[in-house]
Design a protein around this ligand. Structure first.
Ligand SMILES: [Zn+2]
Length: 222
């Protein structure tokens, strides 16, 4: 996600690209990392090989100075908008549990992009592997056996309510995990008809079976 600060009349914003590379937006121009030395980072304007604009920051990304060189090209507001949009999508993919494709489609639709912006926005297919890679760095390694502790985050639903109801070891079943929100329990307990379904084919490799209970709510089976 981005980090914006104001320096005088200037805005400096640090953004992580989809590929996890830090870039700087300074007064709506894009700068990329050039080199680091003597406790400073040097960032150069990326738009043009012959543009002399550059800026310095500390190694902790605190603005130091700009060389005040005039850019020899105009800023590209569409490109900057897309960079911020993709950064937002990346941040949501890393911090939320919704599918990356859903977040991508939702944010692209919400941005109401113009035709010219749509022509330069990367497709989901183009960036999906980078998004999945960014997400994979934030999630635990998938356990190889049923002997593992469920991290607190995975005991809650997306509303941060308790979702893991029971987690116990059993001589017959080895390990049983039961999941439901209170709302789902309400629906189940008030349903006049209950359906039960067990499946083996989609169970995680550490487990043998997924067993689900379904109740009727407003004429729909849930
Ligand atoms: Zn420039």
């Amino acid at each position: 996600m981005s980090n914006t600060t104001s320096v005088g009349n200037c805005n400096i914003e640090f953004i992580l690209s989809t590929k996890n590379k830090k870039i700087v937006i300074f007064n709506e121009y894009k700068y990329v990392f050039n080199q680091e030395s003597n406790k400073k980072k040097y960032w150069r304007c990326e738009d043009n090989d012959y543009c002399a604009a550059y800026l310095h920051t500390t190694c902790e990304d605190i603005y130091v100075k700009h060389n005040n060189a005039q850019h020899n090209h105009l800023p590209d507001p569409d490109e900057i908008l897309i960079i911020r949009l993709i950064s937002k999508i990346r941040s949501r993919v890393v911090n939320e549990h919704l599918s990356a494709s859903f977040i991508y489609e939702f944010e692209i639709a919400r941005a109401k992009l113009t035709k010219s912006q749509l022509s330069i926005v990367p497709s989901f297919r183009t960036i999906k592997s980078a998004l999945y890679k960014a997400r994979s760095k934030t999630i635990p390694i998938v356990p190889k056996t049923f002997e593992f502790n469920v991290p607190t985050l995975y005991q809650l639903n997306t509303n941060s309510e308790q979702f893991l109801l029971a987690d116990y070891h059993d001589k017959k079943f080895d390990r049983v995990l039961m999941y439901s929100s209170n709302r789902q329990l309400d629906i189940l307990f008030n349903s006049s008809i209950i359906f039960c379904d067990g499946t083996f084919s989609t169970a995680p490799p550490q487990f043998q079976q997924i067993y689900t209970l379904h109740g009727i709510f407003e004429e729909e089976c849930m």
